[in-house]
Design a protein around this ligand. Sequence first.
Ligand SMILES: NC(=O)c1ccc[n+]([C@@H]2O[C@H](COP(=O)([O-])OP(=O)(O)OC[C@H]3O[C@@H](n4cnc5c(N)ncnc54)[C@H](O)[C@@H]3O)[C@@H](O)[C@H]2O)c1
Ligand SMILES: C[N+](C)(C)CCCC=O
Length: 496
Amino acid sequence: MKSGVFWLTAFESGLDFHLDERITPIQSLVTAGKKPRSRRVLCHLGPCGAAEVDQAVKAAKLAFEPWSKLSGMERARVMIEAAHIIESRREEIAETEVVNNGKSITEARLDVDSARLCIEYYAGLASTLAGQHVQLPGGSFAYTRREPLGVCAGIGAWNYPFQIAAWKSAPALACGNSMVFKPSPVTPVTAVLLAEIYMQAGAPEGLFNVVQGGQETGSFLCHHPDVAKVSFTGSIPTGQKIMEMASKGVKPVTLELGGKSPLIIFQDSDLENAVRGALMANFLSQGQVCSNGTRVFVQREILSEFVEEVVRRTQAIAIGDPLLESTRMGALVSRPHLEKVLYFVEKAKEEGATVLCGGERFVPADPTLRGGYYMTPCVLGDCTDEMTCVKEEIFGPVMSVLSFETEEEVLQRANDTTMGLAAGVFTRDVARAHRVVEQLKAGSCFINNYNITPVEVPFGGFKMSGIGRENGQVTVEYYSQLKTVFVEMGDVDSLF
Ligand SMILES: NC(=O)c1ccc[n+]([C@@H]2O[C@H](COP(=O)([O-])OP(=O)(O)OC[C@H]3O[C@@H](n4cnc5c(N)ncnc54)[C@H](O)[C@@H]3O)[C@@H](O)[C@H]2O)c1
Ligand SMILES: C[N+](C)(C)CCCC=O
């Protein structure tokens, strides 16, 4: 394992990756990651231990002092510059993300754009952070100040590696915090590019640090006494552990966890748009999306028409080399994950579902990609609420289609889950759309669309899908604390 002062930049050059050493206070270094697209080794990294995590937190603590003293306008300047650099390096970052994660270049570009927009958005908000003035009797008054928390920890999942790092760091930095970020060991590379970009943009050394590693490294971070907050994106079981660890230090948490979201398609829907929505709800990022609407409830009257069209479109999805412009579905993130998703398809068959298309391993024609983790996107028919494919988060390209008769029935079934990240409804009836959404127990609801996440609006879940929100104005509340100052203008009215 490498230790000391290293910065990892990894970019593909033929089949190799370069480790570029520079002087920074940031560590990177985990397990060997395999490129999902080809199964070749992406890079070898050693996990950060307690000493490296401590070093990164110390660097972040040092950076916090000057950064938190800057005005919002001054912080915004650095963030806007970072956004410009991201824009100018868009293609390079997107290509690195493809190699890191396996998703198509088209989607990777959109992820880079979302990261940039998020940084721009919070740069815009940085100078608007303000408190309140409250008049009290006798000329006295009180005021509130919105203050940063200190060193925030960010822990990311592997499905949107660069975007998650930006969605966490942008509001954190805008509010005057510093951050130590740990990407998933499965996709370790692109968060490091973001660290490099913040440095190039003029951020103080140590403002955004990347530590690499798995659960042990993550738990060092959560337990570190100088970490003031933990923002986590990942699975529910890990989220529960994060909350438990943070509770020891009574630290606030943001938890962006899993889902098993419903998408309800009424018979009066615009069918073309409903089919497009269902595809967007299930097959982005090879189906590895937390908010996916994987339980597609279709009203009985249009079931066969819907299924025919959705299957036709699913079979037409171009699978293969994610670096090709024409590809719409790349590789799943790892071999164990691919096997898990294929197992869910087998289990669905055993439990009585019908495979209407896909659900099989896919071997690309290009011999250099044969070891990659590809599968054909799958539509399951004849699904019932008790089936494993309908109850559990698969996190792969598998859509379960269910039929329903009435609004009341579908609402009861849609809400019958411990999770509540997202939900969607397609209908031309405006009154019904709002009535249904009001009753859906989910944090992010879509009417006549699915899986759009503009950075200006909050995103997050109800129930076991999480705590707190990312994006939107409200997120500044999750990265700051309110101080109240009482000011006496007269004499102290003492009882003693
Ligand atoms: N709600 C959202 O915004 C959102 C977004 C993306 C992914 N997700 C969810 O993430 C899951 C898939 O991602 P994953 O497999 O990377 O999740 P995961 O929970 O396995 O890992 C997430 C991160 O937590 C770290 N980690 C694991 N154990 C830890 C521990 N004990 N202490 C500290 N850190 C620990 C991992 O190294 C990784 O960085 C899915 O359930 C998906 O729904 C949610
Ligand atoms: C696919 N979206 C819309 C970018 C959602 C990303 C957040 C969840 O994985």
